[in-house]
Design a protein around this ligand. Structure first.
Ligand SMILES: [Zn+2]
Length: 117
C-alpha cells in the first residue's frame, strides 16, 4: 500500500524444517498476520527470484496485485532443482490478473542467489 514496506522475509526451509517456508510464502503469511486479512489485493511482492509454482499459487490465492522479481526460473535452475512452471503461465490461468515484471535489480539478485546456494 503506497510506499510502505510491510514485511521482509527470507527462505527459512532449513531453519524451520518446512519445505514450504520459501521467502514469498513467509512474506505472504507475515503480511496476512499483520493486516489480519487473507485478501492481499493492493499489495506488491518484490522477490529475488521468480516465484515457484507453490509461491505463485499463493500470490494468486492472496490476490496480490503485482510481483517484481530478479532471476527467472530457468536461471535458478542452473543452481538448484526447480519445477519448470513459469509464473506468467500460472498468472494466465486465472480470471483476475497479477502484474509480473522480471529482471529487476538483476545483478544484485544474481549475487544473492549465488550466496544462498
Ligand atoms: Zn517458492
Amino acid at each position: 500500500m503506497g510506499d510502505q514496506l510491510f514485511a521482509v522475509e527470507a527462505n527459512q526451509t532449513v531453519e524451520l524444517n518446512d519445505p514450504t517456508a520459501h521467502a514469498e510464502m513467509m512474506a505472504i503469511r507475515r503480511l496476512g498476520s499483520i493486516i489480519k486479512k487473507t485478501d492481499l489485493s493492493g499489495f506488491t511482492l518484490y522477490t529475488t527470484c521468480e516465484p515457484c509454482p507453490m509461491c505463485m499459487s499463493a500470490v494468486i490465492w492472496a490476490k496480490i496485485d503485482a510481483v517484481f522479481y530478479g532471476c527467472s526460473i530457468p536461471e535458478i535452475s542452473n543452481f538448484t532443482d526447480q519445477i519448470n512452471l513459469r509464473a506468467k503461465y500460472l498468472a494466465k490461468k486465472i480470471s483476475g490478473s497479477v502484474y509480473l515484471s522480471d529482471g529487476i535489480l538483476l545483478e544484485e539478485n544474481r549475487k544473492l542467489l549465488k550466496e544462498f546456494q
